[in-house]
Write a protein that binds this ligand. Structure first.
Ligand code: TYC
Length: 103
């Protein structure tokens, strides 16, 4: 079968899309002037399973560069992490910003 016929075949196309890996999303923290450093470290440990040393590195990266990566996940997992971080930050009256971007 010619390559063109294989590419245009809807069955082949359906199989390809079934096997395609799901898109991944990067969860990021953004810097602000008010959220305490210790709170950010706690968030990274609690929601992203980092040890204290790694969490401190990421917090300092966000503090100095404006943003930093918490992790990369399938869409639903990333969305849940963003919601959990935002709700925990608001419960504690901190303006911490957490976003997701397609990787
Ligand atoms: N810039 C904050 C401070 O000086 C610390 C901070 C770090 C805030 C990371 C948010 O995502 C953040 N207290």
């Amino acid at each position: 079968m010619a390559k063109r016929q294989i590419q245009d075949n809807p069955v082949v196309e359906a199989q390809r899309s079934k096997l395609a890996p799901p898109p991944l999303y990067t969860v990021l923290l953004l810097n602000d002037d008010f959220t305490p450093m210790d709170f950010v470290i706690h968030v990274l440990q609690r929601f992203f399973s980092m040890n204290r040393e790694r969490a401190t590195q990421i917090m300092l990266k966000v503090h100095t560069e404006g943003r930093g990566i918490c992790g990369v996940y399938p869409r639903d997992v990333a969305a849940t992490k963003v919601e959990q971080v935002l709700s925990f930050a608001r419960e504690n009256q901190h303006p911490l910003a957490c976003i997701m971007e397609e990787s």
